[in-house]
Ligand binder design. Structure first.
Ligand SMILES: NC(=O)c1ccc[n+]([C@@H]2O[C@H](COP(=O)([O-])OP(=O)(O)OC[C@H]3O[C@@H](n4cnc5c(N)ncnc54)[C@H](O)[C@@H]3O)[C@@H](O)[C@H]2O)c1
Ligand SMILES: [Zn+2]
Ligand SMILES: [Zn+2]
Length: 370
């Protein structure tokens, strides 16, 4: 079977949209027709060469679609099911899955290679095997992926809305709720309010934060953040530090969540400084694979009992939290459709990412129905 997909052939290359050969699903694999795929910044990290990935690779790890066929011994889904992709597969039985941390499943080990679990590849072109970002590669009309990488959802949820909870929403909401354990009345600062950070704002509002301070150099993002529940916005770290000092009578913020496109040491230090005693900094955003981004005075870490933690997929659990996010959406508690600011055809993916960089999108999406 043929599929049209956006491939990166080498680190730093452009997205190249071309036709690939796609093999049928093997044991424990499913064929999904993609409907919507979000333009998450992590795929730009992939394109830039930050993820230490194997190339060539098809990008995309946030999306939704319909199961068209299943290989032998698939039990989780059947043809016709609507699914949301999970960028970490969850086997259900490894140490991490069986202790409630499916986001850390051992099957995630090859997400930057993109081969199937038997070590082989389902996509081929120009005489080469091609992987899929996070075992997925959702920038493709059709994908063959492990059954462990899809989560079945109710068929009446619009698939564009559903794609949002595949990565950005759950990652942002979970960083606040699970990784930071945010409580009512707290002060939270978020660095970077794009497709992920906007859902930090939503999560903080739902948690009952007293002050939600969104820091982003782009004016458009600061404006949107107010609509999603930020009480204050700042363009610079210095402005945020002064504001939080004033708002909290010098005590500092309780939580700082870092969801900027590219994380660096200056940003982590700003977040470390903005939180007070017992404050938690959650690092969600990525940077180049070997960049040293956490460099803080250890003395203050100790005597003020601050904490710096990493969070993958918002420390959420794909199989249970993806449907849970959609329940919150149905209950009118979570804005999902409002996150989708522009829709692009797959052929226009380079322009899509350009417009993300220019601040024109909260979440732009590839819409395969266009
Ligand atoms: N840990 C995870 O599980 C996980 C999941 C998804 C995405 N990510 C990462 O999270 C980050 C955000 O992804 P996204 O899709 O929301 O990106 P995005 O491009 O949609 O948004 C990034 C935002 O950061 C802002 N920004 C840039 N420089 C800044 C600075 N110095 N201070 C504050 N804000 C700044 C930009 O203006 C933009 O609004 C990326 O690094 C992405 O790779 C991590
Ligand atoms: Zn993502
Ligand atoms: Zn597992």
């Amino acid at each position: 079977m043929k599929t049209k997909a956006a491939v990166v052939w080498e680190p730093g290359g452009r997205w190249e949209v071309e036709e690939l050969e796609l093999d049928p699903p093997r044991e424990h694999e499913v064929l999904v027709r993609m409907v919507v795929s979000g333009l998450c910044h992590s795929d730009e990290h992939l394109r830039e060469g930050d993820l230490n990935a194997r190339y060539p690779i098809v990008g995309g790890h946030e999306g939704s679609g319909v199961v068209e066929a299943v290989g032998p011994n698939v039990t989780r889904v059947k043809p016709g099911d609507h699914v949301v992709c999970s960028f970490i597969p969850s086997c259900g039985t490894c140490r991490w899955c069986s202790t409630g941390h499916q986001n850390l499943c051992d099957l995630g080990a090859s997400i930057a290679i993109g081969n199937m679990l038997d070590g082989t590849f389902r996509m081929h072109a120009r005489g080469q095997d091609i992987g899929g970002m996070c075992l997925l590669g959702t920038f493709s009309e059709r994908i063959v992926v492990p059954e462990y990488s899809v989560v079945r959802i109710e068929n009446d949820i619009p698939l564009d809305v559903a794609a949002m909870v595949s990565c950005g929403v759950t990652t942002g909401w979970g960083a606040v709720t699970y990784a930071a354990n945010t409580r009512a009345g707290e002060t939270l600062v978020v660095y970077g309010v794009g497709g992920v950070g906007m859902n930090v704002v939503q999560g903080a509002k739902m948690a009952g934060c007293r002050y939600i301070v969104a820091v982003d150099p782009q004016e458009s993002k600061r404006r949107w953040a107010k609509e999603f529940g930020a009480t204050h916005t700042c363009a610079t770290y210095g402005e945020a530090q002064q504001l939080v000092t004033d708002l909290t009578w010098g005590q500092g913020a309780d939580k700082a969540i870092i969801t900027a496109g590219v994380v660096d040491a200056e940003m982590v230090t700003a977040a470390f400084n903005v939180v007070g005693k017992l404050g938690t900094v959650v690092v969600v955003g990525l940077s180049a694979f070997d960049a040293l981004t956490v460099q803080v005075p250890g003395m203050l870490l100790t005597v003020m009992e601050k904490r710096i933690v990493g969070s993958l997929f918002g420390s959420a659990n794909p199989q249970s939290d993806i449907p849970y996010m959609l329940h919150l959406y149905r209950a009118g508690k979570l804005k999902l459709g409002e996150l989708i600011t522009k829709r692009y055809r797959l052929e226009d993916i380079n322009r899509g990412y350009q417009e993300v960089a220019e601040g024109l999108n909260i979440r732009g999406v590839i819409d395969f129905t266009l």
